[in-house]
Design a protein around this ligand. Structure first.
Ligand SMILES: Nc1ncnc2c1ncn2[C@@H]1O[C@H](COP(=O)(O)OP(=O)(O)OP(=O)(O)O)[C@@H](O)[C@H]1O
Ligand SMILES: [Mg+2]
Length: 325
């Protein structure tokens, strides 16, 4: 919702006036009933998207004014003590919201883990079961070939060549779906493998620049892989790009990863506005990252293509400090 000029200031002044009235009533012995008003003010501050800093500033300003108007030292001391309880009560909805957020992040992480297990299962069954079926088809074809006159055998050979292609593609897709390299060697080698496959299929150069090495916790590596995978898929599917660049580096204990294309670009705000949203990719990228404490930034314009920037706070020892840019 867009606020007209001055509306925000009016809202803040109204809030501050109510805050001052409630705090004054509480300091004058209002008791539990007024503390209930403090709690409601906290809830309202959240609904009005006031930050904790803003709330602290309103509290400070109100307290200063009430303090200056207090008649004597005794009432000033009383006011300061009461204001501390009042502020705690007012801030408690923020604490509850924070706890709710932590629970949601935990649930999201579990959901991603379940999803990842499911992907693993599908990748293995594509690889193993489809592979076995193809072996059976090869054997059946060999039997048919024996029955056929010599002149028709080249046709069987052609079918076998096509089957070999199908098998190659299925193997490639199942590996990309859940690359064993991801578990064995880590996210950077897995992304190199993925980029190589996409680059060949889409006939599009994908440049990878990074000096990062070392391993990260499993969920972090899987998340980074999935996010880069979606960014690459989007660049191929929507951007009509001529090139893609992937860079990863470490700076100020933050892991940065950028996926940039030189394609058509788009308006990130417009496609993500509720009502306009069609796909799930960008939402899933953000949610996956937020479950591990990371953030996603999209920069896109018609002339310069699109850059997806991932930032992830690193705990010490997660990555070798061979940062690059
Ligand atoms: N690199 C890009 N270049 C141009 N447009 C893009 C790019 N990435 C995303 N978009 C635009 O943003 C939209 C939303 O992307 P998102 O990944 O959320 O959904 P999708 O790719 O359409 O579908 P899904 O990911 O669910 O298969 C796309 O439909 C496309 O219009
Ligand atoms: Mg997508």
């Amino acid at each position: 919702m867009k606020l007209e000029p001055g509306r925000k200031t009016k809202e803040r002044l109204e809030f501050q006036a109510e805050y001052a009235a409630a705090l004054r009533d509480y300091a004058m012995g209002g008791g539990e009933a007024v503390l209930g008003r403090a709690y409601e003010l906290g809830r309202r501050a959240i609904a009005e998207r006031k930050s904790l800093l803003e709330l602290a500033s309103i509290h400070h300003q109100t307290l200063k004014e009430l303090f200056q108007n207090s008649p004597d030292r005794r009432s000033q001391t009383h006011l300061v003590n009461a204001s501390s309880d009042f502020l705690s009560e007012c801030v408690s909805p923020y604490e509850m919201a924070q706890r709710g957020f932590q629970d949601a992040v935990k649930a999201l992480r579990q959901l991603n883990e379940t999803l990842e297990e499911e992907i693993k299962r599908i990748a293995y069954s594509v690889h193993d079961e489809a592979g076995q079926l193809l072996v059976a088809v090869h054997l059946a074809l060999a039997n048919v070939a024996q029955e056929l006159p010599q002149a028709q055998r080249p046709q069987i050979a052609q079918i076998e060549d096509l089957l070999n292609e199908v098998e190659k593609h299925l193997r490639r897709y199942s590996h990309e779906l859940r690359p064993t390299i991801l578990d064995d060697l880590g996210w950077i080698p897995a992304i190199r493998f993925l980029a190589e496959g996409i680059s060949k299929r889409a006939n599009l150069p994908i440049h990878i620049e990074t000096k990062l090495s070392g391993r990260l916790p499993g969920t972090v590596e899987t998340t980074l892989y999935r996010v880069v995978q979606e960014a690459l898929t989007n660049a191929v599917k929507h951007a009509r790009a001529k090139s893609i660049w992937i860079r990863a580096w470490l700076k100020d204990n933050l892991l940065h990863c950028s996926i940039r294309d030189d394609g058509t670009g788009f308006d990130p705000q417009a496609v993500q506005a509720s009502g306009n949203r069609k796909g799930l990719g960008l939402v899933a990228m953000r949610e996956r990252l937020s479950a591990i404490g990371g953030t996603l930034w999209i920069e896109s314009s018609q002339r310069r293509g699109t850059e997806i920037l991932i930032r992830l706070p690193m705990e010490d020892n997660h990555v070798n400090q061979s940062s690059a840019r």
